[in-house]
Every structure is written in structure tokens, then in C-alpha cells.
Write a protein that binds this ligand. Structure first.
Ligand code: VGL
Ligand code: ZN
Length: 210
């Protein structure tokens, strides 16, 4: 494919805490930076997301005495997996990955900032009711297709891609420009769920200049 005027590149959560050495490191998460930078050079329009939690966020295991990271707890909006503290607003770990060629991005959308609600998705928070505003932004700008890359395949990328479809957008995930956390087969499951939602899969080598 060749990026067209209707296309926007959506770069999900390429942040220090999700890279090796970070508090919620995605295995080989740093391997996405090269392909993502190439894509940033090819797409005329790009939007980035940043996971952006206040201290004491409900998704942190440390906010639930007696619980450990990767436990699941029942919250009012449903089951919530607990995580190590990560991407705390303004912290070094919340910064975009050094070396990410992000200068031309037209919007950075920050998500997960409500203290009591998580948000994997760039579109809709985990209560499945609170919009981030991204769907309206993309609609107003006339974009009809999102091409997704970044971290993590099985959480923020998958939920963003599925919600893009629910928002009436075409969605493609760049398979070699994403990496997953992958617990208990979650990456394979995420690809199945995305396919069922009509999300396409493409390799970055199949994307070129016009
Ligand atoms: C993410 C878990 C918690 C992600 C964010 O970016 O996929 N995963 N917060
Ligand atoms: Zn998070």
C-alpha cells in the first residue's frame, strides 16, 4: 500500500517504560522503533498515544493491598488486570522512546489519566463508555483508515484497532512494527480477536512511497 490522504498512522505507546529496562517492559519492545520511524517518514499524517497515569492509578497493583502485578481484580466496570507502576505522568518512564522520530506527529493523545479507569484503547476507556476524543478528531479531519503500530500488541494495539473498527474506520496493524507482552497466549488471541473485528494485518515492507 501507499499512504493516501485518507490514511493516518497511529503510533501506540512507544514509551520508555514499555522498552527493555522499563517498569513494564515488553519483550523486544525496542525492536519497533526502527520500523515505526520508517513508517513515520512515509505517512503524511501521524497521531501518537501516550499511556499517562496519575500516581496511585487503579491499574497499579500497588494501589490494591495484597495484590501483585498480573493479578486480575473486579472493578465497577469489569475485570482489570493489575500492572507494575508504569507511565506515571511526567516521569522519565512515561516519555516517548528516545530515538522515536515523533516530531512530525500532529497529535499526541494521552490516555489512562482518570484515576479510577484504565484505558488500553486510544479511543474508548476501559469502562467502555468514556471516549478519549480521538474518533471525533479523526472524523473531523476526514481520515477513514488508521494504520497501527507500537506497543503492546495484546493490549493497547489490539484494543485500539478493534475500537477503530467500532468507530467505523478501516484498520490495519503492521505486524513487524508491534510487539506484545504475551502472557498465556494473549498475543495469538489478540490477533484472532482483531481479525474477527475486521482488522487487517500488513508487513511494513508492503508499505511504500507513492
Ligand atoms: C499497556 C498495559 C498497561 C499497553 C498499557 O500500552 O499495551 N499495557 N498499560
Ligand atoms: Zn497503562
Amino acid at each position: 500500500m501507499t499512504p493516501e490522504a485518507r490514511d493516518v498512522l497511529l503510533v501506540i505507546d512507544v514509551q520508555v517504560d514499555f522498552l527493555p529496562g522499563g517498569t513494564l517492559a515488553v519483550p523486544k519492545g525496542d525492536a519497533v522503533v526502527g520500523p515505526v520511524n520508517r513508517l513515520l517518514g512515509l505517512f503524511p499524517h501521524a497521531v501518537l498515544t501516550q499511556d499517562w497515569h496519575p500516581p496511585g492509578h487503579v491499574s497499579f497493583a500497588s494501589s490494591h493491598p495484597g495484590r501483585a502485578p498480573f493479578d486480575t481484580v473486579a472493578l465497577a466496570y469489569g475485570p482489570q488486570m493489575l500492572w507494575p507502576e508504569h507511565c506515571v505522568q511526567g516521569s522519565a518512564g512515561a516519555a516517548l522512546a528516545p530515538g522515536l522520530a515523533a516530531d512530525r506527529a500532529e497529535l499526541v493523545i494521552r490516555k489512562g489519566h482518570h484515576p479510577g479507569v484504565d484505558s488500553y484503547s486510544a479511543f474508548l476507556e476501559a469502562d467502555r463508555r468514556t471516549p478519549t476524543g480521538l474518533a471525533g478528531y479523526l472524523r473531523e479531519r476526514g481520515f477513514t483508515r488508521v494504520v497501527l503500530c507500537g506497543l503492546a500488541t495484546d493490549h493497547c494495539v489490539a484494543w485500539s484497532a478493534r475500537d477503530a473498527r467500532a468507530a467505523g474506520l478501516e484498520a490495519l496493524v503492521v505486524a513487524d512494527a508491534v510487539r506484545g507482552i504475551d502472557r498465556d497466549g494473549s498475543v495469538e488471541r489478540a490477533w484472532g480477536d482483531m481479525a474477527a473485528a475486521g482488522v487487517g494485518r500488513i508487513m511494513s515492507g508492503a508499505i511504500g512511497g507513492g
